[in-house]
Write a protein that binds this ligand. Structure first.
Ligand SMILES: [Zn+2]
Length: 106
């Protein structure tokens, strides 16, 4: 067993009234800084990533062929941290469709 394993958080079950995060196909970014991450022992893991003055959450679904990656909106840093904290507290849902731009009008 690797000592560093499972030191990162695992997501709790979302609360019943948790709002769903909306996921989009990944957008190329320059100079990413990974601020925080969840444990990658699970099939899905999350990273909080800063790029310039904004930040977003990246969801990676580990697949045998290639990972499926989706990202949230870009937020101001403070808002991104608040959303990250809400995610770790089970206050947002993270298991919506991946890699697809969800239309808001339907
Ligand atoms: Zn783990």
């Amino acid at each position: 067993m690797t000592p560093a394993r499972h030191l990162s958080p695992h997501l709790p079950r979302p609360q019943a009234d948790a709002e769903a995060l909306v996921w989009f196909a990944p957008t190329p970014t320059s100079r990413e800084l990974v601020l925080a991450w969840t444990c990658d022992c699970l099939a899905i893991f999350f990273e909080l990533i800063q790029s310039g003055g904004v930040a977003f959450i990246r969801r990676t679904i580990q697949d045998e062929r290639e990972p499926v990656i989706a990202e949230t909106h870009r937020w101001p840093l403070r808002e991104a941290w608040l959303t990250w904290a809400a995610m770790l507290a089970g206050q947002v849902r993270v298991n919506g469709r991946g890699g697809v731009v969800e239309s808001s009008g339907q």
